[in-house]
Design a protein around this ligand. Structure first.
Ligand code: IPE
Ligand code: IPE
Ligand code: MG
Length: 227
């Protein structure tokens, strides 16, 4: 029998869609469409190899700075996914959770998110989709929530008020696309995450690339400040 996957929670910064499209002389939107296919492939594979929690960074609080047509295309893709890929994952046994700030979305959009979350709430494996997500915003809203509840500002209380709660912290954060930065992703939760960077552009991400990231993780020595 194969050794069980040591990664309980894997998170992906799905970067490189625009460059992937540009290399092919296509508009950036085309890259996002291909990136969405890679998302399906990768999430499915993570389930197959026994990873219990998957988090994907789909749209950041900073991504609104992009040209309006690109933002529109991403929103359109996301809307399609509510009734397609996310729905299929929910039916296949994933618990879908949207993490991020919902204030900027219209009521119908939020209602769709909530419906997917409700319908899949009984499933065991978790897929967190970070959409209009920013790590700083998340920490700030958590601190405000703790204060509003009249509780003490402790690490434990903040952790419990994060969008990702009660998910365990990520063991491994994978960023595709060659940049070596976090770009405001899971700032609080990544304190002791292992980081893995690859030049592979997100639309090219395949099962073997997930295997390579997990293999690299197996070699890491996690000390958490100890010896
Ligand atoms: C990641 O790919 C997807 C989003 C941020 C929505 P990019 O669109 O950032 O692709 P590059 O980095 O420009 O190639
Ligand atoms: C990070 O990618 C955000 C997502 C993948 C959703 P960006 O392309 O926005 O990050 P920067 O601009 O290179 O830091
Ligand atoms: Mg990018």
């Amino acid at each position: 029998m194969a050794t069980p996957c040591p990664v309980r929670h894997i998170a992906f910064i799905m970067d490189g869609n625009g460059r992937w499209a540009k290399k092919r002389g296509m508009p950036r939107e085309y890259g996002h469409r291909e990136g969405a296919k890679a998302f399906q492939r990768v999430v499915e594979y993570c389930g197959e190899i026994g990873i219990a929690y998957v988090t994907v960074y789909a749209f950041s609080t900073e991504n609104w700075k992009r040209p309006e047509h690109e933002v529109k295309a991403i929103m359109q893709l996301f809307t399609e996914y509510m009734s397609e890929a996310f729905r299929v994952f929910a039916e296949k046994g994933l618990r879908i959770r949207f993490i991020g700030n919902r204030d900027r979305f219209d009521a119908d959009f939020v209602a769709e998110m909530e419906k997917l979350e409700r319908d899949s709430a009984g499933n065991e494996k978790v897929l967190n989709v970070a959409f209009n997500y920013g790590g700083r915003e998340e920490i700030l809203q958590a601190a405000c929530r703790v204060q509003k509840q009249g509780k003490e500002l402790t690490e434990e209380n903040i952790s419990a008020a994060l969008y990702t709660a009660p998910c365990p912290e990520p063991d491994l954060i994978v960023r595709t696309g060659g940049e070596m930065r976090i770009s405001n992703f899971l700032l609080w939760q990544s304190a002791y995450a292992e980081l893995y960077f690859t030049d592979t552009l997100w639309p090219d991400m395949r099962e073997k690339d997930v295997d390579a990231a997990v293999a690299a993780f197996r070699k890491r020595n996690r000390r958490y400040g100890g010896v």
